[in-house]
Design a protein around this ligand. Structure first.
Ligand code: NAD
Length: 294
């Protein structure tokens, strides 16, 4: 069997198109232009690339982008004061603090200072709790993107066995909650899981969010399963980016698979834009865009 490739790049372009249409409607019918503020502390090169890309795509869908670049030695008090200003600013509908923050700053404290209604990354403890209890939340972008691709490919996920490899707060745990919300039977595997290949072999849906290049092999995959590869890794001596799955051997067995690059990655920013529109609608008591939220 050779798997269908789930084209995250094309899907993300479609989501951005839907976001742009909704932004236009908000402008035309309500005089509202959604605004996304991105806060970057320090000069981490990867973070700079992400922030640039987020700003560019925000503008491309017709929203306002506000970039706040602060020096690496910014104090916690100054960062919290900026967040307070953004919380109070009616032109700002979404706030994202680019992680990781420099070590002297307490990420939990900073993230939890964001108004939960503007927390477009979905990392605030209130949004984590809302998602965990099946209530309307701001949903973390990467898992939301994975869910959208799965729904698009399968329609209903009800009753499917899903194995999420990785238990991080930003990917693994919220991914598991979303799959549970769609009535999957969910297993969360992690670094201490016994006989991981055997656990993965039971899965109709595999989500790999580990950060270890090409760890998941084709002989771990149940024939016909859907494989969503969240990993973004580099391998010394080889050019390009690599997922957590060994693409060639997994694609031989799986029914569908996301490539790296061009799978989950592009969906993450598309979902950030979608979340900003959702936040704008909720803040103004307007109907949310269909298909852009969990
Ligand atoms: P993390 O380091 O916070 O978590 C990794 C998880 O993997 C941990 O829960 C750990 O228990 C588990 N793990 C580690 N070794 C394992 C092993 N041998 N077997 C089973 N489980 C193991 O990482 P993260 O932030 O969740 O990111 C995971 C990967 O996803 C990374 O490659 C990251 O770059 C990528 N990522 C991609 C996007 C995107 O937009 N596509 C977004 C976020 C993260």
């Amino acid at each position: 069997m050779t798997a269908t490739i789930i084209d995250g790049k094309a899907f993300a372009a479609k989501v951005r198109g839907q976001v742009a249409e909704h932004v236009q409607r908000l402008k035309d019918e309500h005089g509202l232009t959604p605004g996304l503020a991105v806060v970057l502390v320090g000069e981490d090169p990867a973070s700079q690339v992400y922030v640039r890309s987020k700003g560019k795509q925000t503008v491309e869908v017709g929203m306002n982008s506000y970039e706040h670049k602060l020096p690496a030695d910014t104090s916690e008090a100054d960062l919290l004061a900026l967040i307070e200003r953004l919380n109070a600013d009616p032109a700002v509908n979404g706030i994202l603090v680019q992680l990781p923050l420099p070590k002297h700053l307490n990420s939990d404290l900073v993230i939890n200072a964001i108004d939960p209604a503007k927390d477009v990354d979905g990392f605030h403890i209130s949004n984590v709790g809302l998602l965990g209890t099946g209530q309307k939340a701001m949903v973390p972008c990467t898992p939301l993107g994975c869910l959208m691709m799965l729904r698009d490919h399968h329609g209903s996920l009800s009753g499917m066995n899903a194995v999420v490899i990785g238990r991080s707060n930003i990917v693994g745990k919220p991914m598991a909650q979303l799959l549970l919300g769609d009535s999957c039977t969910v297993t969360i595997a992690h670094s201490r899981t016994r006989d991981l290949p055997e656990v993965v072999r039971r899965a109709d849906i595999v989500i790999a969010a580990v950060g270890r290049p090409e760890m998941v092999h084709g002989d771990w995959i149940k024939p016909g399963a859907t494989v969503i590869d969240v990993g973004i890794n580099r391998i010394e001596g080889r050019n390009g980016l690599f997922g957590d799955c060994d693409f060639d051997s997994c694609a031989e067995v799986a029914g569908a698979i996301t490539p790296v690059p061009g799978g989950v990655g592009p969906m993450t920013i598309a979902c950030l834009l979608a979340n900003t529109v959702t936040a704008t609608c909720r803040a103004n008591g307007l109907a949310e865009p269909q298909g852009l939220t969990a």
